[in-house]
Design a protein around this ligand. Structure first.
Ligand SMILES: C[S@@+](CC[C@H](N)C(=O)[O-])C[C@H]1O[C@@H](n2cnc3c(N)ncnc32)[C@H](O)[C@@H]1O
Length: 234
């Protein structure tokens, strides 16, 4: 992945409406699935922003199983970030330099999740986040990624995904896309050239795929125009 690709991906991130609110929802909701001594996986982690937010949340004592005896400066959950872009890997590694319990791994999600060696033995994966990532993964590889995530997650663990979606039907899609274009223009976002690079699916397809790989409960927790936050619990 080139530096231009990375810049393009981040341009895309900045064009997401209600972005900060979405981050807060992901962080608050995700914290309900993080436990002391569990593992969190963030795929397409970028510069590690979402992991950093979870670490901050944990230090506020917001994880699911509050342990009185854990000092607030101890990050008692483990975090793994998967990323393919060298500039992003470097940025994430710099961000967490010297911190125990954060591991940033170079891996291409087109191959699914890494086969082995990335989860320490005995660890329990209770939360996976994929924030604005799956849309960059070719459609033919997405099912494998979802299925690997489901297999590795603990029972009652969750996948939180934020995705750009197609409206349900051409008229609705046109309306949402038009509003998103207007939002980007108001924000001064440069015109991106992502048509044909990103392949959004309809929300109903995401829900069907998540159920097909075995997730029991699937729902949405945030939406703004054609961007949706989805939670799937095993
Ligand atoms: C829009 S950015 C989102 C970054 C991060 N999840 C966040 O929300 O801050 C998408 C990220 O996915 C990464 N990515 C895209 N394709 C990937 C692949 N095949 N394997 C691993 N990472 C990938 C990009 O390098 C980029 O960092």
């Amino acid at each position: 992945m080139t530096a231009q690709d990375t810049e393009r991906d981040y341009m895309f991130q900045r064009s997401v409406p209600d972005h900060e609110n979405m981050r807060e929802m992901v962080t608050e909701l995700g914290a309900q699935f993080i436990e002391y001594y569990s593992t969190v996986l963030d795929i397409g982690t970028g510069d590690g922003d979402q992991i950093a937010r979870f670490i901050d949340k944990g230090r506020e004592g917001a994880y699911a199983n509050i342990l009185e005896d854990v000092p607030p400066d101890i990050d008692a959950a483990d975090y793994i970030g998967i990323e393919i872009s060298d500039p992003m890997l470097e940025a994430a590694r710099r961000r967490f330099d010297g911190m125990n319990g954060v591991n940033i791994i170079k891996h291409d999600l087109r191959e699914g999740l890494p086969i082995n060696g990335w989860m320490p033995p005995g660890e329990r994966l209770t939360l996976v986040t994929a924030i604005l990532t799956m849309i960059f993964v070719p459609v033919e590889a997405r099912y494998r990624v979802l299925s690997d995530i489901h297999r590795h997650l603990e029972k009652d663990g969750a996948l939180i995904m934020v995705e750009k979606v197609i409206g349900e039907g051409p008229a609705m899609d046109e309306l949402l896309v038009g509003q998103h274009e207007a939002f980007k223009a108001r924000q001064g976002c440069p015109d991106d050239d992502l048509e044909g690079v990103l392949v959004p699916l309809q929300l109903s397809s995401h829900v069907a795929n998540l159920k097909a790989v075995g997730f029991t409960h699937v729902d949405t927790f945030w939406r703004c125009l054609n961007f949706v936050g989805i939670i799937a619990v095993k």
